[in-house]
Design a protein around this ligand. Structure first.
Ligand code: SF4
Length: 508
């Protein structure tokens, strides 16, 4: 059992099969377990990536993240288990000290269940025997050769054939835009999307009403996927209702609560339904849900791994298990980013990893602190990322002083300058506060729409969607310029569901 490794949330991964193991092998496994537990906090996941994580076991992260820190991480504590530090902050800090930051870019595989609980040192030894290197004498004779062979050996060990993750950018392998969102972004016009909360009920009336408000103003609508571990109508059903109502959806697809099999299946189902945009997320930990809390270990993959897997389904036509896909799915793939989470230099690595894995557009957490946001953009620019991805800045208009305090004080990864909160406090009654919230939003839009490197905005006026048309009209944000994809225009007229007319701007 890992001696210094926290025991909550992620279990130690004990061997579940011993049929093929001799007494000697079991004794060796216990020996490895004891040593790696003491030195690295190892939990015996059997899929060791310690070389890539500055020799800190990532499986001590309550979400079991194997590629990066989550959006709610802080330097002080883990967002899920505040009694302990964030594993990934420790990894970033140690990697920086050891000069191994670039190693954090390799896209690590999800766990292979057949390896769980097993030793890994003998595995390295067997690989070394099979490859015939590196030769220890080269440490003296030819250090460079030794280092190359050493790297290649460990790459073989940690990257299974069914994954082959790397640290390279993989541009999309198609020419024509897959979605209206992509087509509009490609024109270079500042492009706006909006978020709609899926209904809590089985009725689609409210959803259709919101689609009616937004469809002439924004290019596409996001549907959250049980955000905050709180159940609602699912994202795929909401997206299909939106699509049938004549507006393009962005289906959020989170890793929480889904195995890799279900993620592949849901993504394929979405493509089959004609949902062209998928925003890949890791998902909030189930601890933040209304409860009772489901069993803690609910993350088979993270967002980077989901992006990697879906991009390969689309561009290489393979499922994770290697089966070929005859008719490949079309996805325009997106990811979320948190410019106000970790320091920009760390967040830029996180963004690069998502872009390399397959993210073509990024929607950010809400922006209130413009200067900090541009620091993040600059960090992305330094890593030459801005010409590889479309960035859409998040915006949540503040409806009340209470909402401003909640966002500023309770929501990890959101920074609201104190003078902005004070403006909301001083704005008088309910109407005065919402008007002040609109004024702040318009000031932010004015700055954001003129920001180099930024391609659009994503408005998250959840439960206040009716304000979005007013914000777009008063700020002068462009409406979508491409309204139909060429190949769709060639097909027969789609049967659009009747949607309620947009509310008039003056009635909001
Ligand atoms: S803050 Fe997030 S990334 Fe860090 S240890 Fe906790 S769950 Fe893992």
């Amino acid at each position: 059992m890992p001696i210094f490794s926290p025991r909550r949330y992620q279990p130690p991964f004990y061997p579940y099969s011993r049929e093929d193991e001799s007494f000697g092998m079991r004794a060796f496994t216990v020996f490895e377990q004891a040593l790696k537990g003491v030195f690295f906090g190892c939990r015996m996941c059997g899929n060791c990536i310690l070389q890539e994580t500055a020799f800190i076991c990532p499986m001590t992260c309550p979400k079991g993240l194997r590629n990066w820190l989550c959006g709610g991480a802080t330097p002080e504590a883990c967002e899920v288990d505040p009694s302990r530090p964030c594993t990934w902050y420790k990894i970033y800090e140690r990697a920086e000290k050891m000069g191994r930051t670039e190693k954090l870019l390799e896209i690590n595989a999800p766990m292979d269940g057949t390896r769980v609980g097993r030793e890994t040192w003998l595995d390295v030894y067997h690989h070394w025997r099979e490859r015939g290197g590196p030769n220890p004498l080269d440490l003296i004779r030819d250090r460079e050769k030794f280092n190359q062979e050493y790297e290649a050996l460990f790459y073989d060990v940690r990257q299974p054939d069914w994954w082959q993750g790397d640290a390279k950018y993989h541009p999309p392998q198609y020419d024509e835009p897959i979605s209206l969102l992509e087509a509009n972004l490609r024109t270079g016009t500042f492009t706006t999307s909006a978020e709609i909360a899926p209904p809590l009920t089985a009725s689609k009336e409210l959803l259709l009403k919101k689609v009616g408000w937004l469809k002439d103003y924004v290019v596409a609508a996001n549907f959250t996927d049980n955000a905050s571990a709180s159940p609602r109508m699912n994202s795929m059903a909401s997206s299909k209702i939106c699509l049938d109502a004549g507006m393009e959806p962005i289906m959020q697809l989170q890793a929480r609560d889904r195995s890799r099999v279900v993620i592949e299946s849901d993504a394929m189902g979405a493509a089959g339904l004609g949902i062209p945009n998928i925003l890949c997320l890791t998902g909030d930990h189930q601890r933040f849900g209304p409860g009772p809390m489901i069993k803690p270990d609910q993350f088979d993959m993270d967002a980077v791994q989901v992006l990697w897997m879906l991009r390969r389904m689309r561009d290489e036509g393979v499922y994770l298990d290697g089966r070929n896909i005859k008719e490949r799915p079309s996805f325009f793939l997106g990811a979320a980013a948190s410019p106000f989470g970790a320091p920009p230099k760390y967040e830029a690595i996180r963004a690069e990893k998502k872009i390399n894995a397959g993210a073509q557009f990024i929607q950010t957490q809400p922006v209130y602190d413009y200067d900090q946001f541009t620091d993040w953009l600059e960090a992305l620019d330094k890593r030459n990322l801005l010409d590889k991805v479309y960035i859409m800045a998040g915006l949540i208009p503040l409806k009340s002083a209470r909402a401003a305090h909640f966002m500023a004080e309770e929501v990890p990864g959101v920074v609201i300058p104190s003078e902005m909160v004070k403006r909301m406090d001083d704005a008088g009654d309910k109407d005065g506060q919402s008007e002040e919230g609109v004024a702040i939003a318009l000031e932010l839009i004015e700055k954001l729409k003129n920001t180099p490197g930024l391609n659009g905005m994503h408005m998250m006026a959840v439960h206040w969607e009716a304000i979005v048309p007013r914000l777009i009209e008063e700020s002068g944000l462009p409406r979508p310029v491409v309204k139909e994809l060429p190949r769709v225009a060639e097909e027969a007229e789609p049967v659009a569901e009747k949607v309620p007319a947009p509310v008039s701007v003056s009635s909001m």
